[in-house]
Design a protein around this ligand. Structure first.
Ligand SMILES: Cc1cc2nc3c(=O)[nH]c(=O)nc-3n(C[C@H](O)[C@H](O)[C@H](O)COP(=O)(O)OP(=O)(O)OC[C@H]3O[C@@H](n4cnc5c(N)ncnc54)[C@H](O)[C@@H]3O)c2cc1C
Length: 536
């Protein structure tokens, strides 16, 4: 099951085990069971603190449980084979079960360990989903650190009937005590916040007690991370408040256009950005959503950002880098059938539509790429484009033309996603030439019509936005308000790309530096920084 190279690598990791673990297989006569047995035997042969037995009686067959021998209530279970993106999750679960300390804050571990109650999680993932490992790892971390929590991590492809019975149409999908709990990428902090009613208030109280920042960055994508590295290196007290560190990069599979890095993958780049940011004294506040901006009343004064949990952060200068998100169709049925057939991430959810009929809406590069990707997995793809012709690069259009299971419909305006109350059954579009209405029978609809800037929360702040909602910046990344800079996909900068976001973020960081050294803070504000906030 494991090749020599993988065995060697895994052997090195397992050297970190501090106490014995047992792998308990619940297997049948099928091929996946045979592979699971082989995998468990391979792992057990690599370290004398790992043993395997195959007399498990779990509901899922094949599955296996990773159990801490000294406390058998600490365990995590995998149903199906955790290969592909999930192999790392398997390695981490083995290490954590064996007492190797996880690389998370003491605060988070305390919160997990302090959670009272019984929580039985079941979570579905696909092997090609790059959003899934975060959830798999969060749940195994929780299950291995609190005996009241159990986690069964299920590879959807190996349990197709169960997936269909539960109508799982988007992964990661989490069930708690048998009922749907959440869909989509979630960190342990987010899962805990959802379980622990008082968590929001506690987090807000802690943030309110933070000292003002010299530079506060809103957004933890490549633009925000780059800005923070620049201002922290200048010695300024820097904070990042971000809903999700990594931003869109976390949703990206292969990245081949970051100069000097011929190939990388989104989650890996996010991890590297986080490591780089972690090398400086940057206060990273994850899971924090900015709700309103109140610019300084006087030059050099303090700006305030109100967060969704009610906390108020203050800073002498700001870098706004809230990026962008998938654009929605805005037609009836889209919201109702979201995650029940309406999807936005073909890499994540494509494998759940194996052999089925899907539509991709949008004939730009991302739509045509999605259609090519899906044509290899699903039964049939209908690509729907509003314009009279596709807008994707010629090379992508040629590739698309090579698939026999793809139909392209142009001049089509989607007017409704239809469903049977439980899942998508099709869509309705109007032919823009004839005005005639047509229905296409479908199992899934992938929406690929571009991005919208995450700037709604800036409305009314006085900051200038373009007609598309982008933050208007000049060539120094300065916004229309003094001391407030902006960078990346949320701005009017042309071409939304990682390297551009990083460059613009660096420019905005330098802009903030320039502003701070040229603008003395009013006396009362200077005192908040111990008299150091004036020109450095
Ligand atoms: C599927 C996909 C594939 C891509 N592939 C490539 C590629 O191969 N190469 C390439 O160069 N580019 C690619 N891109 C584009 C690239 O990812 C973006 O240009 C880049 O991530 C923009 O960086 P950013 O920091 O401006 O914004 P984002 O990456 O969008 O980050 C925004 C940050 O702000 C946070 N945020 C948003 N709103 C708020 C709020 N109200 N309060 C607090 N925080 C907030 C988010 O959580 C996030 O941390 C791809 C994009 C997608 C979606």
């Amino acid at each position: 099951m494991l090749d020599d190279n993988m065995k060697q690598q895994l052997g090195q990791y397992l050297a970190n085990l501090r106490e014995p673990i047992e792998l308990v297989g619940s297997l049948g006569d099928d091929e996946t069971s045979a592979k699971t047995r082989e995998l468990l035997e391979d792992i057990a042969a690599l370290h004398d603190m790992v043993s395997a037995r195959f007399d498990g009686t779990a509901d899922h067959v094949p599955s296996f449980e990773i159990v801490r021998v000294s406390d058998t209530s600490r365990s995590a279970s995998f149903a199906g084979l955790p290969s592909g993106h999930e192999f790392t999750s398997l390695v981490l679960a083995l290490l954590w079960a064996g007492g190797h300390p996880p690389k998370v804050s003491d605060e988070l571990l305390e919160q997990i360990r302090g959670l009272d109650g019984e929580y039985k999680f079941e979570m579905y993932f696909s092997l090609s989903c790059q959003n899934c490992p975060d959830v798999v790892q969060a749940l195994s971390l929780m299950a291995l650190n609190n005996s009241g929590i159990s986690a069964t991590l299920i590879e959807g492809g190996a349990f197709q009937e169960e997936v269909e019975a539960r109508k799982v149409m988007a992964v990661p999908a989490i069930y708690l005590n048998g009922a749907p709990f959440a869909n989509g990428r979630m960190s342990a902090e987010e899962i805990l916040a959802k379980l622990d009613d008082g968590a929001e208030e506690k987090a807000a109280a802690k943030l309110n007690a933070r000292k003002p920042y010299e530079v506060l960055i809103i957004g933890g994508g490549p633009a925000g991370a780059a800005a923070a590295i620049y201002t922290a290196r200048k010695g300024f007290r820097t904070g990042i408040a971000a809903e999700r560190f990594g931003g869109q990069v976390a949703d990206t599979l292969g990245i081949e256009n970051l100069p000097s890095v011929p190939y990388t993958e989104g989650p890996k780049l996010v991890q590297q950005l986080e490591t780089h940011v972690g090398e400086y004294e940057i206060d990273v506040m994850k899971l924090q959503s900015a709700k309103a901006l109140r610019p300084a009343a006087q030059d050099g004064g303090m700006h305030e950002v109100e967060l969704a949990n009610g906390a108020l952060l203050k800073a002498r200068s700001l870098v706004l880098a809230p990026g962008a998100r998938w654009r929605q169709l805005g037609v009836p049925g889209e919201e109702e059938y979201r995650n029940k057939g309406v999807a936005y991430c073909p890499h994540c959810d494509g494998p759940l539509y194996k052999g089925k009929r899907v539509a991709v809406i949008g004939g730009g590069n991302s739509g045509v790429e999605a259609a090519i990707d899906l044509a290899n997995i699903v039964g049939h793809v209908t690509l729907i484009e509003y314009d009279s012709q596709l807008r994707a690069d010629a090379v992508l259009q040629r590739k698309l033309g090579s698939f026999a299971n793809v139909d392209v419909i142009t001049s089509a305006q989607t007017s409704e996603v239809t469903g049977n109350g439980e899942q998508v059954t099709g869509l309705v579009y109007a032919d823009r030439n004839s005005g005639e209405s047509h229905t296409v029978a479908l199992d899934g609809v992938f929406v690929q019509i571009g991005l919208v800037p995450n700037t709604e929360w800036l409305a009314g702040s006085g900051i200038e936005l373009s007609q598309h909602g982008e933050i208007v910046i000049d060539d120094h990344a300065a916004t229309s308000l003094p001391g407030i800079f902006a960078a990346g996909d949320a701005t009017t900068v042309p071409h939304k790309q990682i390297v551009i976001a990083m460059g613009e973020g660096s420019k905005a960081g330098l802009g903030a530096f320039d502003y701070l050294i040229r603008n003395e803070a009013p006396e009362e504000i200077a005192q908040e920084f111990g008299g150091q906030a004036a020109a450095a």
